[in-house]
Design a protein around this ligand. Sequence first.
Ligand SMILES: CC(=O)SCCNC(=O)CCNC(=O)[C@H](O)C(C)(C)COP(=O)(O)OP(=O)(O)OC[C@H]1O[C@@H](n2cnc3c(N)ncnc32)[C@H](O)[C@@H]1OP(=O)(O)O
Ligand SMILES: O=C([O-])CC(=O)C(=O)O
Length: 368
Amino acid sequence: MTDIKKGLAGVVVDTTAISKVNPETNSLLYRGYPVQELAAGRSFEEVAWLLWHGELPTPDELAGFEKAERAGRALAPHVKAAIDLTPVTSHPMDVVRTAVSVLGAGDPRAEDSSPEAELAKAVSLFAAVPAMVAYDQRRRRGQELVPPRDDLDYSQNFLWMTFGEEATPTAVDVFRISMVLYAEHSFNASTFTARVVTSTLSDLHSAVVAAIGALKGPLHGGANEAVMHVFDEIGGADRAEAWLDRALAEKRKIMGFGHRVYKNGDSRVPTMKAALDRLIAEHRAQELLALYETLATAMDARKSIKPNLDYPSGPAYRLLGFDTEMFTPLFVASRVTGWTAHIMEQRAANALIRPLSEYVGPEERHLP
Ligand SMILES: CC(=O)SCCNC(=O)CCNC(=O)[C@H](O)C(C)(C)COP(=O)(O)OP(=O)(O)OC[C@H]1O[C@@H](n2cnc3c(N)ncnc32)[C@H](O)[C@@H]1OP(=O)(O)O
Ligand SMILES: O=C([O-])CC(=O)C(=O)O
């Protein structure tokens, strides 16, 4: 039998110049820059530009990009109408998937795959997704849409549109850090999905819609939501160890732990955990911290499995005030940068992605 790499584990399928995940050194580089350095002081707008163009923007380039982003923030009426048609009982990932699809269907550049058009569509998505997510949370709470403000940067405006009030500097900074850390991670399942769709010469929005579908699952982006369900199920630090023993005995996967590439901890976790600690201090959320630490320590002791980025992000998004089901759409808002960078890279040096399978069904047979 052929040596099958189930789940493509360990298989190198192409080259990329966008990011480098190195589990040996526990590092993650975006276009050569350590993600920790970018998270320390760069805006999410600068990081988006870096992922698309390969270099950080000059002041003029950044000013032009910020202007375009601000101009694209408002929720288009046909996209709002589509969101309003989706039931509030649906999962918010289904809503953002639908809204992105409708945005693409109305984009006059939809079928134009020139580099200029692809970049313009990427910028339009980057600018538009926050309003989709913010409005979806508001309508579920019975609240009116809050229009964007163009005196605010991306992160400030995202929180403004969601909550209708200006967030604290700590909240804005923690949100920005989460966006920077979630932006890109090489050939993860959703990015690979986007590249597969692009490889058929399909359009950019189709690739992003497919990627959103891949991200939704709890083995991938859906884990940030799932982590919070676990915390709610456990209820408090004093119950964490007994809960974990039971869950492991039932062979449950513990959400927010483990990774296909990193085996000694996710390179982004220390940065996100430090950001979470700042929110915990601001909210005096010591109980949440105790649960976080107790579960992570117990998981390490039982299985030697470390947290991934979704583990600190889930509690951070809760403290920022987002409803739990909105956490993975926040991941979408960030990862749309990495997806679109990969879509452009795939298109620039395309080969149809079409692997082989080994047939294990019945031998040839014939109808009676
Ligand atoms: C931003 C992101 O998308 S990061 C990923 C977010 N996903 C999660 O947090 C979901 C929980 N984690 C998992 O399910 C896995 O760790 C994955 C899917 C992320 C990676 O999985 P894989 O690379 O396929 O590793 P695999 O599932 O084969 O795990 C290897 C072993 O560790 C165990 N293991 C890995 N992760 C976990 C976990 N979270 N809980 C319990 N056991 C685990 C597996 O059961 C397996 O044990 P076994 O060899 O005794 O069968
Ligand atoms: O790389 C992966 O498999 C999953 C992940 O951490 C990400 O997409 O950020």
